[in-house]
Design a binder for this molecule. Structure first.
Ligand code: ATP
Ligand code: MG
Length: 352
């Protein structure tokens, strides 16, 4: 692979200048909402965003886990005329069907055991603004039908409610699933698919835009949550080469986690080759099931395997579910079953 690595330190001759897209409509810059890029593929994508954001079109953001789908969804909202109204995000894969319905549409007092008070749903809270449905591919048929009716009519019913409530939202959805295949196999309604997908945009995997890697590393080391430590502000050329060569299956989220870890662990100003984790230095080394035990019951083996995967991905459930080839919903169900849900409930940021 031959790509020009812009040095991260100053004094370079022709460094690739990062472009940044400040997502905030106000003058206050919130770093975590800044989109850093320099690659052609991202420049083109940002042009598309610029064009589609002001429209009212429903947008489907497709892309692998950790590629910045939520960040882009937020950018679309901020560049729209709805920017001063709420941007409300909900992870459709994180909740059981009945809970999701009342989160999304709200419920009337006494509509089910435990409904002590009336609850306003997130779709209603988003009125006038944008509703971001993350992991939309995980919606059950029941909720798919209710969502379709809501999009078509512009009205929703709270659980247990008789009166329709008019709500005006712009829908932005995201998934890392191949939704077309789900439609073909009857798992996702075709009519709903066309409603949510007036315009589809795809976030490219980090391995398809390697020029962005040095820019992103620089960004995370200089403005990440541990930049204040004053250590690990730079990466040596050899260490940077390793990081550029690595394929980043967890994409930018994985890169961000590694930068944070490198910065905390580094003992000098510059991150060196020896600081780089083994799996990035030698990506061909596979994780072995070192404690293979032929007497283990299958469900116990499954549990250990799932927890191992979660630890490997630093608790990132989306990445673990992808690697395991199961839906995030199945992963949540398994964690509930093992009594391990709470342990992994708070990571990563942005997941419910
Ligand atoms: N171009 C970028 N510049 C700076 N930070 C970025 C960029 N893209 C993504 N990030 C950061 O990477 C992390 C992952 O992004 P985000 O949550 O938007 O991805 P996602 O595709 O929604 O991931 P998942 O599928 O895991 O939910 C976030 O912390 C986000 O701020
Ligand atoms: Mg996301």
């Amino acid at each position: 692979m031959s790509i020009n690595l812009p040095p991260l330190s100053s004094g370079s001759q022709t460094p690739l200048q990062p472009q940044t897209w400040n997502n905030q409509s106000s003058s206050k810059v919130i770093e975590s909402k800044t989109i850093v890029y320099g690659s052609e593929v991202m420049k083109n994508l940002m042009k598309v965003i610029e064009r589609v954001a002001p429209s009212n079109a429903n947008i489907l953001v497709l892309g692998e886990s950790g590629t910045g789908k939520e960040l882009l969804a937020h950018a679309i909202h901020e560049k729209s005329s709805r920017a001063n109204k709420p941007f409300v995000a909900i992870n459709c894969g994180a909740l059981q069907e009945s809970l999701l319905e009342s989160e999304l549409f709200g419920h009337e007092k006494g509509s089910f055991t435990g409904a002590i008070n009336k609850k306003t749903g997130l779709a209603e809270i988003a009125n006038g603004g944008s509703l971001f449905l993350d992991e939309i591919g995980e919606l059950t048929p029941g909720i798919q039908a209710k969502l379709l009716r809501f999009i078509q009519e512009g009205e929703l019913y709270r659980v247990g409610g008789k009166e329709p409530i008019r709500v005006d939202i712009r829908l932005i959805s995201a998934t890392n699933r191949k939704l077309e295949a789900d439609v073909a196999q009857g798992r996702f309604r075709e009519d709903l698919y066309y409603r949510i997908n007036t315009i589809a945009i795809k976030t490219p995997a980090l391995r398809q835009r390697k020029e962005d890697i040095p820019l992103l590393i620089n960004h995370f080391l200089s403005s990440g949550s541990h930049a204040f430590l004053g250590r690990g502000r730079q990466v040596s050329e050899d260490a940077l080469k390793l990081m550029v060569n690595y394929d980043w299956p967890g994409n930018i989220r994985e890169l961000q986690n590694i930068c944070e870890r490198l910065q905390i662990l580094s003992d000098g100003h510059t991150i060196m080759v020896n600081d780089i984790p083994e799996n990035i230095r030698n990506p061909q080394t596979r994780i072995h099931m070192d404690e293979y035990d032929p007497s283990l019951a299958l469900h116990e083996l499954e549990k250990r395997f799932i927890l191992k995967s979660l630890h490997h991905f630093n608790g990132n459930k989306t990445q673990a579910a992808n690697a395991l080839g199961i839906t995030i919903k199945t992963l949540y169900n398994k964690l509930h079953e093992y009594g391990e849900f709470d342990k992994f409930a708070v990571y990563p940021k942005g997941e419910i």
